[in-house]
Design a binder for this molecule. Structure first.
Ligand code: THU
Length: 159
């Protein structure tokens, strides 16, 4: 038996000003998109922004439904929108931000498991790393690839 270890590296920033410009713009787009969330049940407004290989930014916001599972997270709304509109463009980065009571959450909101799995799919489809930015009011976290937030990604069908 061998003990194995998975180590995850990510960058932490204290403010949007510390980000490279294109990441700052993506983060700001995610914050802005949260205003379009439809959240009569959770009142938890999430925005997401995807940057494509040509620089195009596509946004999404969570959309809830009285029949709860029929709603969709912000990240998947953004990614499905991007894939439906620009199927040939790789997604190079995604940013997510959440607001509660009209204020950006201090600690970044982290994507749910289903959204991570969808990120993994589009990262694979795009053939390049997809960066993931989690934007909070006090901290911003940047992961350089989806693998870092979804270790042991399911890709067994490729074997
Ligand atoms: N939500 C997202 O939009 N993204 C996530 O990664 C986690 C949760 C939404 C779903 C629901 O509308 C609300 O946040 C509360 O769970």
């Amino acid at each position: 038996m061998t003990n194995k270890e998975i180590v995850i590296n990510y960058a932490e920033y204290d403010s949007l000003d510390q980000l490279q410009e294109q990441d700052r713009l993506l983060a700001e787009a995610a914050v802005k998109a949260s205003a379009n969330a439809y959240t009569p049940y959770s009142h938890f407004n999430v925005g997401a922004a995807v940057r494509l290989s040509d620089g195009t930014v596509v946004t999404g916001a969570n959309q809830e439904n009285m029949a709860y599972p029929s709603g969709l997270c912000a990240e998947r709304t953004a990614m499905f929108h991007a894939a439906a509109q620009y199927p040939d463009k790789a997604m190079e980065a995604i940013a997510v931000a959440a607001e509660k009571d009209g204020r950006l959450c201090p600690i970044p909101a982290t994507p749910c498991g289903a959204c991570r799995q969808v990120m993994a799919e589009y990262q694979s489809r795009g053939g390049r790393a997809m960066e993931v930015l989690m934007v909070g009011a006090e901290k911003i976290w940047k992961f350089s690839k989806v693998d870092d937030i979804l270790p042991l990604i399911f890709d067994s069908l490729k074997q």
